[in-house]
Design a protein around this ligand. Structure first.
Ligand SMILES: NC(=O)c1ccc[n+]([C@@H]2O[C@H](COP(=O)([O-])OP(=O)(O)OC[C@H]3O[C@@H](n4cnc5c(N)ncnc54)[C@H](OP(=O)(O)O)[C@@H]3O)[C@@H](O)[C@H]2O)c1
Length: 263
């Protein structure tokens, strides 16, 4: 499999790390610019002379430029039938891309692709794209692009979850706990919370109810959070991100640099 990466920045670096860990018998070609020199040196990868060479040689191309650069990056290149483009550009709809011979799939990996732990939504379902995306972590095909846009909000939730972990670790450290111990404890607690929901069939309300002892510490904390604006604050944040994603004009004429990035 010859994989081309067009746009070698932060997310591409995470995806390439994941690909290097998960694959053999693969060639990864990089577009020039960004972090391509650094990553080529780290992994022994080849940098193409230009994007034309990358498109000529790659079977599947990951498009990882910033959203405002996405449509222009595909223009004027020698795309061919049978080729696949996996765009990870947040908020850029399929209808905004130029008509090219290659098929375009949208995907939304998290930086956890670096450790092959990114649940990654994608649309439409195409077998070769799924094969590639599954190497970043759990590949989840969505039913349509509207659903993809809703699910893209999760890319921001990933960062908020990390921020809550960070804040909890600092709180513990400020109160005398060892920082490294707190880091492992809180991070693994979030993993545990996620796995309990992902890996059991119980309704989420039941799972939560089972752990909230009446008059206990979990209940106390939930009450304080509610007094201070939860879950309304969290839902408002989701609404704001969704509004940003869906306010970007979905045709090629009006795309503006409103969706700076998923991260
Ligand atoms: N960061 C995340 O966690 C995350 C998560 C999910 C999705 N995404 C999506 O991933 C995309 C990239 O985000 P990022 O954070 O990785 O951005 P980034 O670090 O700015 O990387 C984008 C790279 O694309 C390069 N580039 C732009 N146009 C190019 C072209 N025509 N040919 C070759 N290279 C080109 C830029 O090069 P220069 O530096 O030379 O301009 C830059 O290195 C965005 O669309 C974002 O929505 C990001």
């Amino acid at each position: 499999m010859i994989i081309g990466v067009l746009g070698v920045g932060h997310l591409a670096a995470a995806m390439i790390a994941g690909l290097m860990k998960s694959g053999d018998r693969q060639t990864i070609l990089l577009s020039p610019r960004g972090k391509s020199k650094e990553l080529a040196a780290r992994y022994g990868l080849e940098i193409c002379v230009d994007n034309r060479e990358l498109v000529e040689r790659a079977e599947i191309v990951i498009l990882a430029v910033r959203p405002a650069d996405a449509t222009a990056a595909l223009e004027g290149l020698p795309w061919r039938a049978g080729q696949i483009v996996v765009s990870v550009c947040a908020g850029v709809a399929l209808s905004q891309f130029p008509a090219i011979a290659a098929r375009i799939v949208r995907a939304m990996p998290l930086t956890a692709a670096e450790i092959n732990a990114s649940p990654t939504v994608f649309y439409p379902e195409i077998a070769e794209a799924r094969q590639l995306i599954a190497r970043f972590g759990l590949a989840i095909a969505l039913r349509n692009e509207d659903e993809f846009e809703v699910a893209t909000v999760n890319a921001a939730i990933y960062g908020w979850a990390q921020d809550i972990v960070r804040q909890s670790v600092h709180w513990g450290h400020d109160h005398g706990a060892d920082q490294q111990t707190m880091r492992q404890l809180v991070a693994q607690t979030f993993v545990a919370a996620g796995r309990m929901i992902a890996e059991t069939a119980e309704p989420m309300e039941t799972i939560l109810k089972d752990l909230v002892t009446p008059g206990g510490i979990t209940e106390l904390g939930l009450e304080v959070l509610e007094e201070r604006g939860q879950p309304a604050a969290w839902q408002a944040a989701c609404d704001a991100v969704f509004a940003r994603l869906t306010s970007v004009p979905k045709d090629r004429s009006g795309y503006v640099d409103e969706v700076e990035g998923a991260g």
